[in-house]
Design a binder for this molecule. Structure first.
Ligand SMILES: [Zn+2]
Ligand SMILES: [Zn+2]
Length: 151
């Protein structure tokens, strides 16, 4: 079992938006989808799924960026444009936080990687489990249990 050293503080690149994580992640992820490649300007995005009650914006006002559609809400700092967290429509019990914004980001190694079908050939994440796209819905409970016992 990982000691998550909670609460952990985080901030965007410029520091105008600050966040606090006070609950252990449900699972950590890397996503190789082309949307994440574009939004992160990198090979893949990193996420820590944090229970909603364990996540707070403590300073500043994040704005919607990325896809402005109905399914996912991508939150950014309005000044430095750092992609900070994502909320999925209809799944308000967790927030996908970009762990590189947090102190001690090295603790958030991805347990799963998603959209490997769109992966750049040189991209390696070290994730334990790989999915061609997303894990099937019925896998999540088992994944969260395995994740708690991992690391
Ligand atoms: Zn900022
Ligand atoms: Zn993605």
């Amino acid at each position: 079992m990982m000691d998550w050293k909670l609460p952990r503080q985080g901030a965007c690149r410029c520091g105008r938006v600050k966040i606090t994580v006070s609950a252990a992640p449900l699972v950590t992820m890397a996503c190789h989808c082309t949307g994440c490649q574009k939004m992160s300007s990198s090979a893949y995005s990193l996420s820590a799924a944090i229970p909603a009650e364990g996540f707070a914006v403590t300073e500043g006002e994040p704005v919607i960026g990325g896809l402005h559609g109905a399914d996912a809400h991508h939150y950014f700092c309005s000044h430095c444009m750092s992609w900070m967290f994502t909320k999925a429509e209809g799944m308000d019990w967790f927030v996908n936080v970009r762990p590189t914004l947090l102190e001690g980001a090295g603790d958030f190694a991805p347990y799963i990687e998603t959209w490997v079908g769109e992966k750049l050939p040189f991209a390696e994440t070290g994730a334990v489990k790989s999915y061609e796209a997303l894990p099937p819905m019925e896998d999540y409970e088992g994944l969260m249990k395995e994740f708690r016992e991992w690391g």
